[in-house]
Design a binder for this molecule. Structure first.
Ligand code: TRP
Length: 388
């Protein structure tokens, strides 16, 4: 038990978990239980970086823990706990806030996506200006003393342009970060995630691809702390499951499956009615041609469905391709629809058997187990920075 490596991961109790979350992350955790000491967290403090209804949040916390259990996370083997039960998470976050730089966090693409207005079209507009007559006439008005320093007029135009544009950009950046729904917590979210991970001497962090950058930041902060104050933190590795890391939308295989997608035909929720879910599969978009073959470039939709099928039944894509040789999309989708229906029926039966009381007990026990580990790390950190 002691010499097994430590795995840490978490899911936010917000929105509806879908089959992509399950296949891309949680299913992988279930397998890891055999080899590692696993800690799985319900990260409620992360969830409140987006506005939540308190009553709903309360239910979602229990729901996520039940989803862990119904997926096969075994509380006898692994620890399941609720983030806010352990105050060391927020305390360490504060300390790490003083190690993290604004520039580190400004790089986080998830924050940019969540918080920002889309600047692409604006960028195109600004680029068009570079070639405009107006820009040229502006430059002509500059004193010859300046103009003569540039061999080519274009260079001067570029310079003037860059200056104007960067100041416009800075202003926009500010505007972007001041939007009403963007709170400081959303910006700081990756630091809290780093604290989660570093508190437990974590060796490996299995996450979906979209979280890789956050784990990388965690490594940076851990290393930076260690070099500034002395070794405390173990530097973890990110683990991304290659296949299934990105389950795409059923209505648009160019975009990741998302619980906040416009159309409900985009995703299959873990709590969807099995028959409704089967229908979503039957209605999923397909590619041109008719062969069941994995090719992300020319057949993104069928490739996505093959991935889902393969992960659900534990057969390789190759095996499935040969099983469906000579058959059409219709047959393939009909079978997959049945598989999804069966998976959800079984999953939900397990889910329903677990009572809220049971979950509360499991979370309470989990907190008891992790508290000494977290407190010890925090004590060492406090010692190093001179506040103990
Ligand atoms: N940010 C992760 C997500 O949204 C959840 C998370 C929070 C997490 N803390 C973590 C994942 C620590 C792994 C390790 O998916």
């Amino acid at each position: 038990m002691l010499n097994k490596k430590i795995v840490f991961s978490g899911v936010q109790p917000s929105g509806n978990l879908h089959i992509g979350n399950y296949l891309g992350a949680i299913a992988q955790w279930v397998e890891m239980q055999a080899k590692y000491n696993c800690i799985f967290c319900v990260v409620d403090y992360h969830a409140i970086t987006i506005k939540q209804d308190p009553e709903v949040l309360k239910k979602k916390i229990i729901e996520v823990a039940k989803i862990y259990l119904a997926s096969g996370i075994d509380p006898k083997k692994s620890i399941i706990f609720q983030q806010s039960d352990i105050s060391a998470h927020t305390e360490l976050t504060w300390i790490l806030n003083c190690v993290a730089r604004i520039s580190d966090l400004n790089r986080m693409t998830q924050f940019k996506e969540k918080a920002s207005i889309n600047l692409d079209s604006l960028e195109a507009e600004l680029n068009a200006m570079k070639n405009s007559e107006w820009m040229k006439s502006l430059v002509k008005q500059l004193s010859p003393i300046i103009r003569d320093r540039y061999e080519k007029e274009e260079d001067l135009i570029r310079k003037v342009y860059d200056r104007c544009i960067s100041s416009i950009y800075n202003e926009l950046e500010e505007y972007k970060n001041n939007q009403e729904n963007v709170n400081v917590g959303l910006f700081d979210y990756p630091v809290l995630m780093a604290a989660d991970i570093l508190l437990y001497n974590t060796d490996a962090v299995p996450v979906g691809e979209d979280q890789a950058q956050h784990v990388e930041l965690c490594r940076t902060l851990g290393r930076r702390f260690n070099s500034q104050f002395g070794e405390v933190f173990k530097i973890p590795e990110v683990v991304i499951r290659k296949e299934g890391a990105r389950i795409m939308g059923l209505d648009d295989p160019a975009k990741k499956m998302s619980k906040s997608a416009e159309s409900e035909y985009n995703f299959i929720g873990l709590t969807d009615k099995p028959e409704a879910a089967a229908k979503k599969i039957r209605k999923a978009v397909t590619d041109s041609g008719k062969e069941i073959k994995y090719d992300e470039k020319t057949k993104p939709a069928i490739s996505n469905l093959l991935t889902i099928y393969s992960l659900l039944v534990g057969k390789s894509v190759k095996q499935l391709e040969s099983k469906y040789k000579g058959k059409g999309y219709g047959d393939f989708k009909k079978d997959l629809a049945e598989m999804v229906k069966k998976f959800l029926t079984d999953f939900q039966a397990r889910y329903k058997k677990i009572s809220d009381k049971e979950v509360e007990k499991i979370l309470e026990n989990g907190a008891k187990k992790v508290k000494p580990i977290a407190d010890e790390t925090l004590e060492r950190v406090k010692e190093k920075i001179g506040i103990n």
